[in-house]
Write a protein of this length. Structure first.
Length: 232
């Protein structure tokens, strides 16, 4: 081998090694990038994940919002069409969220805000929300009992079929979705209310103060009939 050929081979080898080292250095620098500063960022959705890829939070607009996610598996949501933030537990299952929206169409205002915390593999058990629709407004804090068993998440795939809706109705009638137990708030008729319910979601004691100041405590039976009322 001539000296010229050997020199060219050595030069080529050096260029190749230098290029590979530079590429590796840049990749490591990018992978170790801990902080990026920008003046303004416009996105449709942001996913926050653990290092192993487990989803922990999403911030999204209406069109980009996720469905129902359970242990990383996504099911279609039968009704959610809202912008907001959803939170996920250590297993990648939804366990609460903040959603909001509002619009004025032809003078009719519809506005809402909702913050909730979910039971493990179940639906919400603490809910703070406000709603406005056609001039009626309510704002409530409510608490729910949920079953110990997980929701049948695959039911979401069948909610658009008659069989799926029938299955959901049956589950609801047998308590499969749980029941509300306590509500504190202002109803859409401007009455300040505290409603306590039994394990089947039936109101049994209701305290009310009307806009004019009239106050009462009602005791109800299991059929919803008022059996006693206490007033000042």
């Amino acid at each position: 081998m001539s000296q010229t050929t050997a020199t060219r081979l050595m030069l080529g080898y050096c260029v190749l090694v230098t290029t590979l080292l530079a590429a590796l250095t840049i990749r490591q620098a990018v992978s170790r990038q801990a902080r990026i500063s920008v003046e303004e960022l416009e996105v449709h959705r942001i996913n926050v994940r653990e290092r192993d890829g487990t989803l922990r939070m999403t911030i999204s607009n209406t069109d980009s919002g996720p469905g129902i996610i359970v242990k990383g598996r996504e099911f279609p949501h039968p009704s959610r069409r809202s912008a907001g933030i959803l939170f996920f537990n250590d297993e990648g299952t939804e366990n609460g969220g903040l959603i909001f929206g509002g619009r004025n169409e032809d003078g009719k205002v519809a506005n809402y805000g909702h913050l909730s915390f979910d039971q493990y593999e179940q639906d919400q058990v603490v809910v703070l929300e406000q709603n406005e629709d056609g001039g009626k407004r309510d704002a409530t804090l409510s608490f729910w009992d949920r079953p110990d068993t997980a929701l049948p998440w695959d039911l979401a795939d069948r909610m658009n079929t008659p069989e799926g809706r029938a299955e959901a109705d049956k589950l609801r009638s047998t308590g499969g979705f749980g029941h509300p137990r306590l509500l504190i708030g202002k109803t859409d008729d401007s009455v300040a209310t505290v409603s306590l319910k039994d394990a089947k979601g039936r109101a049994r004691l209701v305290m009310k103060v009307a806009p004019g100041g009239d106050a009462s405590i009602d005791f109800l039976d299991e059929n919803g009939t008022t059996v006693r009322t206490i007033t000042p």
